[in-house]
Design a protein around this ligand. Structure first.
Ligand code: SF4
Length: 302
């Protein structure tokens, strides 16, 4: 079983240069363009769907072998300067978390924010780290000229459980606080209650505590989606369950015949979500500005 790095010293951090910063994805939410500053992620969430990307590249342990794209800001500046770029919203967290532990040392994100400010380009970013607050003045500057959506993925209020499932990420309360600071800086703040892990974080006490705290933080939206066990993530997650929650393995095999959760189970969570949404008056997340077919054409012009 791949074990996550719990501190920066355990990371094998490598600097790489890449050929392009922007990547286009058809029908991708919340937007079609993304910029990924890192490959691999030291947050070590045991359900991480992005692990497949390392497998694909043969890049080693996703949680420890971290590749930092040191030229990404320079390339982004060049790409956003193209005459045909239409200022489509860019997702800064399409695959991995830009504010993972390696960013404390690499400091790539301040340069990315400066480029976005220069081009007044709208963005969406999701993180599990309050390290984003290091760059709050740059984020405030961008939010003053265009729309900035900051999301925090918040899944588990209980700290002991959170440390088992998301060992390298910040406690839930820290994530709510970063959302409050980003909202005060002019960003639209959202909570991603994702993933909902059957029989682990799906109890009403946990879900309601997240909705309640999100309402206190005055977030604009909250959405919840189930765990997806695509590709190699399934076997990795089952191995993790076997080690930490062995009594749940049989139930997961029944709930996940393929990569997606069984619909009858998810319908019960949907009903609970609707009840909490109404009680705490928090709408589902909406991010306008999803890319168009025209934007796809731009890529061919780069
Ligand atoms: S923060 Fe996101 S990318 Fe990083 S390990 Fe967790 S789920 Fe994966």
């Amino acid at each position: 079983m791949e074990s996550p790095a719990s501190d920066l010293e355990k990371l094998n951090l490598r600097k790489i240069t890449v050929k392009s910063a922007l990547h286009y994805h058809v029908n991708e939410m919340p937007c079609n363009w993304d910029v990924n500053v890192y490959r691999g992620c030291g947050h070590g969430c045991r359900y991480c769907f992005a692990q497949y990307s390392h497998d694909y590249l043969g890049a080693g342990n996703f949680f420890r072998e971290i590749y930092a794209k040191v030229n990404v800001a320079v390339l982004l500046d060049r790409e956003l300067s193209r005459r045909r770029w239409r200022h489509a919203r860019i997702n800064l967290s399409g695959v991995t978390d830009a504010y993972q532990p390696a960013e404390a040392e690499m400091k790539i994100m301040p340069e990315v924010w400066k480029v976005l400010i220069r081009h007044r380009n709208p963005v969406v970013i999701t993180t599990k780290s309050s390290l984003i607050l290091r760059d709050i003045e740059l984020i405030r500057e961008l939010a003053a000229v265009t729309s900035v959506y900051v999301g925090a993925s918040i899944t588990i209020m209980d700290e002991a459980l959170r440390k088992i499932v998301e060992p390298g990420a910040a406690p839930a309360e820290e994530r709510f606080m970063l959302l409050e600071r980003c909202r005060e800086a002019g960003c639209t703040a959202n909570v991603m209650l994702t993933p909902v892990l059957p029989l682990i974080n799906d109890d009403k006490i946990n879900l309601e505590a997240i909705y309640k705290r999100a309402a206190m933080a005055q977030v604009a939206g909250l959405s919840a989606w189930p765990l997806n066990l695509k590709g190699s993530t399934k076997q990795k997650f089952l191995t993790f369950l076997d080690a930490e929650f062995p009594h749940l393995v049989v139930s997961y095999r029944e709930l996940y015949r393929g990569s997606e959760i069984s619909q009858p189970y998810w319908n019960t969570i949907r009903a609970l979500k609707a009840e909490l949404q109404q009680k705490y008056r928090i709408p589902a997340i909406q991010v306008p500005g999803t890319g168009s077919a025209e934007e796809a054409v731009q890529l061919t012009l780069f």
